[in-house]
Design a protein around this ligand. Sequence first.
Ligand SMILES: [Zn+2]
Length: 148
Amino acid sequence: MPAICPQCGAQWPEGGSCRERFELCLAHEYEHPESYGAVHHLLVTGYMLQHNLYSSTAWIEARRMLAGFLSGELTPAGQRAQNRDRLGSDKRSWSITKGPRLAEFDSIRWTRTLADVPTDSPETYCAGVRAWTESLLNDTRALEDLHE
Ligand SMILES: [Zn+2]
């Protein structure tokens, strides 16, 4: 049965869900960490952002992190070190996943979804994940100023 994702609007003509596609991507990445796995940090952050799985504070942080990954200013290893210093659970008063969601989430119009990310080869997959996460940043550009 065809399905439409309630969070991001992705269309799944043959049925399924973003969650199922996300898990398929994770399985590819787990099996091929050197090729598919190269964009793991983008996949997870993008999926969490587009499905409103972060608290609003964490959402803004994660969007900033995604921008850093895509511009090359931030690496997954660098991010982990930074998070230990700044975002360790002993150092922050807010939760990553619990608490109020981003108030503006429902007003976001997504131009790309996980349904646009091919999984047939590592090359098309990595390029697809990049294009998808770039579009997430563009689609939410207005929120950057709101939460400065
Ligand atoms: Zn979705």
